[in-house]
Design a protein. Structure first.
Length: 386
């Protein structure tokens, strides 16, 4: 077993392809042997090769922040779907859209409040995911992304349940206290919470008051505990929804090197000033703006302040947005790097993310037809999974 799925054996050559390297696109072939890239060659196809008919070959996509597994286990409010089936459906969906490495986001930090049903679930779900990986049930590589919810009641106890064996690759500091960061505009928060949980006006007001009281009472201890937990687990520490230069300065002080979805140009610029990589949502780019009313990903891309894309809540958006960025920048390798090489580097994965000899054969064959990326094959560690 390797990385939670069956290791490929033997050889496979993908030829007559436009191969997207880090800085250029070449015409040639990729030779796969025992799950790794054995050679990248220009020129004539080797005997017995798969003819890619001029399609693109790009590295497998690397997804750092997706709510997709949560969506599968909780397809409707208060509906708890069988977890083994949900994990397999999630894994298969990601493989089908070209994602070969995923950091599955799980919320740590619960609120005992029936109206919003933010119950504890991360430890149990992570164990089930690990079991599926150990049994070779999964198609792609899975790591954990713990979303440490500062505005909660149980964060420190939940984080204490995780150890080095859990493959926690990212720990993000999430602060969803009403009236700041992602939900500075309370009307946007009201639309989201009331739409999702069906709260009345008075119930929403109670929810806001309760969240603010939690932040005032436990926020400082939770933030310090999250930073310590990331160090203990060997996880990359990320911020979430930084809005001001002051927020970013605090993030930098914690040792954060990855900023998820900064909400303003000011925050994104401050991130770059501090050497922090900026990640934005692919749905934001495709839709032309944030569903929460925050800065548009396209604006940051135009200013050179966008480094990484995340599918966030729509897995198929990652590939679509990468090609949209390629059109915006006029640079396909640079755009593809936002969903491959750069997220790999940001999380310390030096064995994937680019097409180069010796790295894992995580590859996607893509045809670009009428402006739409059409996936024609997906290989994870040399094994075809889509």
């Amino acid at each position: 077993m390797s990385m939670g799925h069956i290791q490929a054996t033997g050889e496979l050559a993908l030829a007559n392809a436009r191969i997207v390297l880090e800085r250029e696109v070449i015409r040639g072939s990729v030779l796969i042997r025992d799950g790794r890239i054995a050679a990248v060659e220009q020129g004539a196809a080797p005997a017995g090769a798969v003819d890619c008919e001029g399609d693109l070959i790009i590295p497998g996509l690397i997804e750092l922040h997706t709510d997709n597994l949560e969506r599968h286990i909780r397809p409707r409010p208060k509906v708890d779907w069988p977890h083994a089936a949900a994990i397999l459906a999630h894994d298969g969906e990601l493989a089908s859209v070209g994602i070969t490495t995923v950091f599955d986001a799980m919320r740590a930090g619960s609120v005992v409040e029936a109206r919003t049903d933010y119950r504890k679930y991360a430890r149990a779900l992570a164990s089930e995911l690990m079991q599926a990986r150990a049994k070779g049930m999964l198609r792609i590589s899975h790591f954990l992304h713990l979303r440490a919810e500062i505005c909660s009641e149980t964060l420190l106890d939940e984080l204490a349940e995780f150890g080095e064996a859990d493959r926690v690759g990212i720990l993000s500091i999430m602060d969803h206290t009403p009236g700041q960061r992602q939900f500075r505009d309370l009307t946007k928060l009201k639309d989201y919470v009331c739409g999702k949980h069906g709260l009345s006006e008075s119930e929403f007001a109670d929810h806001v008051a309760h969240q603010k009281s939690l932040r005032a009472r436990l926020g400082a201890a939770h933030e310090a505990g999250a930073v310590a937990a990331a160090k203990r687990l060997g996880a990359v520490l990320a911020s979430h929804d930084d809005t001001t230069a002051e927020h970013v300065a605090v993030s930098a002080g914690h040792g954060i090197r990855l900023a998820e979805f900064p909400t303003t140009v000011e925050a994104a610029q401050a991130c770059h000033d501090h050497g922090i990589a900026v990640m934005m949502g692919a749905p934001n780019l495709i839709r032309g703006g944030s569903h929460s009313g925050n800065v548009a990903a396209a604006e940051l891309a135009g200013k050179g302040l966008l480094d990484i894309l995340s599918s966030d809540y729509v897995p198929s958006a990652l590939m679509t947005a990468a090609f949209q960025l390629a059109d915006l920048w006029g640079d396909l390798p640079r755009a593809i790097a936002t969903v491959t090489a750069t997220p790999a580097r940001a999380t310390g994965l030096d064995d994937r993310g680019v097409i180069a000899e010796g790295l894992f054969a995580d590859l996607v064959r893509v045809a670009h037809l009428d402006g739409v990326p059409v996936i024609r094959g997906v290989w994870s560690h040399g094994r075809q999974v889509g």
